[in-house]
Design a protein around this ligand. Sequence first.
Ligand code: MG
Length: 251
Amino acid sequence: MRWLRFRQGENEYTAYLDGEFARAVTGDIYSGRWHDTGRTFHLAEVEFLTPCRPGKIICVGLNYRDHAAEFKMEVPAQPVLFLKPPSSLLPHGGAIVYPDGVRRLDYEAELAVVIGKKARHVSGEQAREVVFGYTCANDITARDLQKIDQQWTRAKSFDTFCPLGPWIATGLDDSDLPVSLLLNGEIRQSSRTAQLAFDVPFLVSFISSVMTLEPGDVILTGTPSGVGPLQKGDTVTVSIGGIGELSNTVI
Ligand code: MG
């Protein structure tokens, strides 16, 4: 299934996709205790919200071998984790705000994992049981600030720096999904999740050994090679096979 959240008028809805329509539900999609309301909305008439509301967004740096190579770095022996704040979230169709004073703003196409169950110390074998589904993310990065600060909080955390969506796809095999990024319609990144240095089960297990994962939390699994700069006026689209396309403009 494909789960989304959207606004229409004053109201916010959780829904699943049915062709060109969203069918609104009530209840808790993570536990499976939800009910169809019978209300349907054409996708063309809704304003997308981020498909989940994570308490935390855990990100992995340098997790594709080709991306580590383009920065002349080795893939680390263990995953390098950092956080983006929920205030950086931006839905499909929203505008990425190029901050004043930033000189280099980069896109990073990433597979995002959405957690479905509270999880602590899960094994790699148990990891997929706590995954609800998958969506597209763009780990927007102020590359100049990342170099100046030598740690990543400011560079990764501006409002609008975490486009996420358009929906959560469930029931996917995450082991070899095509991940690509189009800048103004031209392909700039193209890889597959089979190229991940640390795969999804390993990451879920590793992160759950550090912190408790909660339903709706999001893991950004890292970006492949081909990262590059954005300019005001650009349209940037993350496309992942089996999920869909996350498209945003830069203002
Ligand atoms: Mg990244």
